[in-house]
Design a protein around this ligand. Structure first.
Ligand code: SF4
Ligand code: SF4
Length: 213
C-alpha cells in the first residue's frame, strides 16, 4: 500500500498530499513496508502512512514479529522501535497516537494529512486478543444516564456494547430531560472490553470507568 500511495501522489500531482493515506499493520510494515517508505522519502512523496501497531501479527495467527518484543519461541527479543526507524529513514513528521483516544487521533490525522511532506502516524495499542490481555479482567465502563444528552457520539462508534434506548412520547420531559432529547445511551457491562473510546468521545461526563449502577 505504501508504494501505491507514493504512485498516487505522483500521478495526482501538486495538492494531492491531503488525499492520499496508506494503512499497514506493524508486522507487514516490518516484512515489506519499510522499503516502500524508504522509496517514498527518497522520491519526495507527500502521503501519510498510518502504521497499526498492535504488538502482534494479528491477521495471520497471532505470531510475534520483530516489533513485538518476543521471539516465535516466546523468549524475550529485541523490539524494533518503529518511531526511531521511521525517523532514521528520513521521515520528519512521525507521531505516535493511542487509537482509543478518538478525538486526539482525529486531530493528529487531520494535521498530518494536511502536510505537504511524507508523514507517519503510529497507532499504538496492543491487540485485545493477546494472551496476556485475555487474562486480564476488564473494568467495564458505564453510562450515567442523568448526564446523557443523547448526542449519539458514542453510539456512532459502532461498539456492540453500546445501545440506544429511545424515549416514548413525552417521556424525556417527564424524566427531567430536554423535551427534544430522543433517548439515551446504555453500555452493556458484560460486553464492554475496557477500551475507553466511548468515554473519550463523550463531552458530557456521562461515561465513566468503574462500577456501574
Ligand atoms: S456521548 Fe455521552 S452524551 Fe452523547 S449519547 Fe453517549 S453517553 Fe450520551
Ligand atoms: S469502553 Fe470500549 S468496549 Fe466499552 S462500551 Fe466503550 S467503546 Fe465499547
Amino acid at each position: 500500500s505504501i508504494p501505491m500511495a507514493h504512485g498516487m501522489v505522483k500521478a495526482l500531482g501538486a495538492g494531492s498530499h491531503d488525499k492520499v493515506v496508506s494503512v499497514i499493520g506493524d508486522s507487514t510494515f516490518v516484512h515489506s513496508g519499510i522499503t516502500g517508505l524508504i522509496n517514498s522519502v527518497y522520491n519526495k512523496s507527500a502521503a501519510t502512512l498510518i502504521i497499526l501497531d498492535n504488538r502482534i501479527t494479528a491477521m495471520t495467527g497471532q505470531q510475534p514479529n520483530p516489533s513485538s518484543g518476543s521471539a516465535i519461541s516466546g523468549e524475550a527479543a529485541h523490539a524494533l522501535d518503529l518511531e526511531a526507524l521511521c525517523r532514521a529513514i528520513g521521515v520528519k513528521h512521525v507521531r505516535v497516537v493511542n487509537p482509543h483516544e478518538v478525538p486526539e487521533c482525529r486531530k493528529i490525522i487531520k494535521e498530518e494529512i494536511a502536510r505537504d511532506e511524507m508523514s507517519v502516524i503510529i497507532s499504538q495499542a496492543p491487540c485485545v486478543l493477546l494472551p496476556e490481555l485475555k487474562l486480564r479482567k476488564p473494568v467495564s465502563y458505564f453510562t450515567n444516564i442523568d448526564n446523557c444528552v443523547g448526542c449519539t457520539s458514542c453510539i456512532r462508534l459502532g461498539c456492540p456494547a453500546i445501545s440506544w434506548t429511545p424515549f416514548a412520547e413525552g417521556e424525556a420531559e417527564a424524566r427531567g430531560y430536554k423535551k427534544s432529547q430522543k433517548g439515551y445511551s446504555r453500555i452493556d457491562e458484560v460486553l464492554c472490553n475496557d477500551c475507553g473510546q466511548c468515554a473519550s468521545l463523550c463531552k458530557f461526563n456521562a461515561i465513566t470507568r468503574g462500577e456501574g449502577k
